[in-house]
Design a binder for this molecule. Structure first.
Ligand code: AMP
Ligand code: GLY
Length: 423
């Protein structure tokens, strides 16, 4: 069969590598893809938001299955466009992807269906938000309602910071229309865990857990980024936490979406904070996490095509989802200066060191093929993933492997997965 993947990051590279492992697949295309994806798929120069062009391509090439990796096209309704044209596609429709597209929607959904989350209020009016803050406890969290590249969340320690935050989001519109509405939310503390789940509209099957590191610098200092590294599984995600989430979060979310006539088919990413009062939902995303996919997918034993087909056909209950009994760590190699100012176009060397190295992966995020070779082309450049018998071994393997890749300006965190020493 022929598969088209939509997206261009490390996550889509991880999806492509999983798809390439399936014996059912003869040909993979990726739009627009990147220099690393080009090793396993034919990259097609169509942007992820060009829905009609993508659908034309899928028709012309007789694509059997399209897998959408990115949030923007899902929230924008790519699945609806493909379905209207009779094309088989994996991901939530627009009316379900809103669970990621609008934080106000997802908070109201959780409130209505008693899914544990932080206390909150939604505001469309800046004056009302400012008035509410006067009597609110600090610290407090402000969230732009819409998509903001994971950067529309402000943790405010003082009333003044919170007032400035309302101005930034709602009046100065730093994140554009994403700030037309904001959520003001109780500040919580505790370890964070990401659980990605396959969903078929009725059934939901959680994958193995993972944890991201969002801050740019060691010790969780510095600015928020798209993610500097991940590990899987999370030792904080105990059997007890898992049982709680299965009963109180995952299935209730599926049932809630169904009750709202927004049946969710695709990947539901549940961001959890494990607070003293129990697990609470921080956020939902409507797709695989990046870089969570880079540690979760390499550990999955199933043929991804079987699982995706079961989701589309409403037969996920028939799938026995299995993960390897090991661990994986992904360290992101970034350009120094990310997420602010950084240079691109630096030649990357050392890829050949990974040839035939089992249990190791170099997932490309911001790279480009040029006459000089593969060069850096973004803030997050590569994700180096290594497996190990346990997290400590996987971490040692991943950091050892980062030494095999060189480029000017190479920057990484040195404490990915360090929290596991404290468990
Ligand atoms: P989100 O995009 O909603 O996941 O938020 C991004 C990050 O902000 C999360 O991964 C948390 O580290 C932090 N965050 C979000 N909401 C809260 C909250 N209510 N309390 C404390 N930290 C939060
Ligand atoms: N790693 C967080 C995300 O994909 O949103």
């Amino acid at each position: 069969m022929k598969v088209l993947i939509v997206g261009s990051g490390g996550r889509e590279h991880a999806i492509a590598v999983s798809v390439a492992k399936s014996s059912q697949v003869d040909k993979i295309y990726c739009a627009p893809g990147n220099a690393g994806i080009a090793f396993v798929a034919e990259c097609v120069d169509i942007a992820a938001m060009e829905f009609e062009k993508l659908a034309d391509f899928a028709e012309e090439k007789q694509i059997d299955l399209t897998i959408v990796g990115m949030d923007d096209p899902l929230v924008g309704g790519i699945v609806d466009v493909f379905e209207e044209r009779g094309l088989r596609v994996f991901g939530p429709r627009k009316n379900a992807a809103i669970i990621e597209g609008s934080k106000a929607f997802s908070k109201d959904l959780m409130k209505k269906y008693h899914i544990p989350t932080a206390a909150y209020e939604n505001f469309t009016d800046a004056d009302a938000a400012l008035k509410y803050l006067e009597t609110a406890p600090m610290p407090i969290v402000l969230k732009a309602d819409g998509l903001a590249l994971g950067k529309g969340v402000l943790i405010c320690n003082t009333l003044q910071e919170a007032k400035d935050g309302v101005k930034t989001l709602m009046l100065d519109k730093q994140f554009g229309d994403a700030g037309n509405e904001i959520v003001i939310e109780e500040f919580m503390t505790g370890p964070e865990v990401s659980v990605l789940c396959y969903c078929d509209g009725t059934h939901i099957k959680p994958m193995t857990s993972a944890q991201d590191h969002k801050r740019a610098k060691d010790g969780d200092e510095g600015l928020n980024t798209g993610g500097m590294g991940t590990f899987s599984p999370s030792p904080f995600y105990t059997d007890e936490v898992k049982k709680f989430c299965e009963e109180k979060v995952y299935q209730p979310t599926m049932d809630a979406m169904k009750a709202e006539r927004r049946d969710f088919v695709g990947i539901l990413f549940v961001g959890l904070m494990l607070t003293k009062d129990g697990p609470k939902v921080l956020e939902y995303n409507a797709r695989f996490g990046d870089p969570e996919a880079q540690v979760v997918l390499p550990r999955m034993k199933n043929d991804i095509i079987d699982v995706v087909n079961a989701c589309i056909d409403g037969k996920l209950d028939e799938v026995d989802l299995q993960f390897e009994d090991n661990a994986a760590v992904c360290v992101v190699l970034a350009s120094d200066g990310y997420p602010e100012h950084y240079e691109k176009g630096k030649v990357i060397t050392g890829f050949e060191n990974f040839d035939g190295k089992d249990g190791y992966y170099v997932f490309h995020a911001g790279t480009k093929k040029t006459e000089k070779g593969i060069v850096t082309n973004g803030g997050r450049v590569l994700g180096v993933t290594a497996k190990g018998a346990n997290l400590k071994e996987a971490r040692a393997n991943a950091y050892e492997a980062t030494k095999l890749i060189s480029f000017e300006n190479k920057y990484m965190r040195h404490d990915i997965g360090k929290a596991i020493d404290e468990v």
